[in-house]
Design a protein around this ligand. Structure first.
Ligand SMILES: [Zn+2]
Length: 212
């Protein structure tokens, strides 16, 4: 295999992972089952059922957080998307260490941290999620939100503005149709103004004065 083939394959793999991350950012709670079925290895399986405890100074006061770990990470990924992966210091560390296999970490039932610190960090296995996060830090121009529906998507060309471009149901077409309607509204408004009887009379009188 030529070197360029390897890098092409590699790039396709990165793109596919980045698109899966976009799907995760757009995910509705009711679609979690379908997402997990389509991408069984993107996150550690046990991570989906993990619920961290609140961070307090006294471990005895810790209680489960209202949100599941995946919901917390999803919110972070969405915020990261808005910043197009141009991240403040440590932000990417949080993103990377908040996805782990809880069964591998050896924590007890009462204390369940939302991210991994200390030497445990070295025990985190890398999943496609981690690859996607690290890759996108250098690919800001690809990280976009659809101008029609607002969904997160990965652009394959820098001028892309919509999550879907082909077919009648695509956001590209929906945007074009909406644009045509707006234009038509403008034209009609213009016409109405021009046919306004008072405005016509004003124009008539003005023209008459000029001729006089
Ligand atoms: Zn869209």
């Amino acid at each position: 295999m030529r070197h360029s083939d390897t890098s092409w394959d590699e790039r396709q793999k990165r793109l596919a992972e980045a698109k899966t991350l976009a799907d995760f950012a757009n995910l509705e709670p009711s679609d979690v089952g379908a997402f997990r079925k389509d991408h069984p290895d993107f996150f550690p399986a046990a991570w989906w059922d993990y619920r961290p405890t609140t961070l307090t100074k006294r471990p005895t006061l810790e209680k489960p957080t209202p949100k599941m770990q995946w919901e917390i990470v999803q919110q972070m990924v969405r915020d990261t998307w808005l910043r197009q992966f141009r991240l403040p210091p440590f932000w990417s560390t949080w993103l990377l260490t908040s996805v782990f296999d809880p069964e591998e970490m050896g924590w007890d039932e009462e204390h369940r941290p939302p991210f991994v610190t200390g030497l445990h960090v070295l025990d985190i296995d890398s999943y496609p999620y981690h690859e996607a996060v690290q890759w996108l830090v250098g690919q800001s121009w690809r990280v976009k939100q659809c101008e029609q529906c607002g969904k997160c998507f990965i652009a394959e060309a820098s001028q892309r503005r919509f999550c879907s471009n082909d077919g009648d149901t695509s956001c590209f077409w929906a945007h074009r149709k909406a644009g045509r309607k707006n234009n038509a509204d403008e034209v009609n408004k213009d016409r109405r103004n021009n046919y306004d009887p008072k405005a016509r009379r004003r124009r008539y009188l003005r023209d008459k004065r000029r001729k006089a």
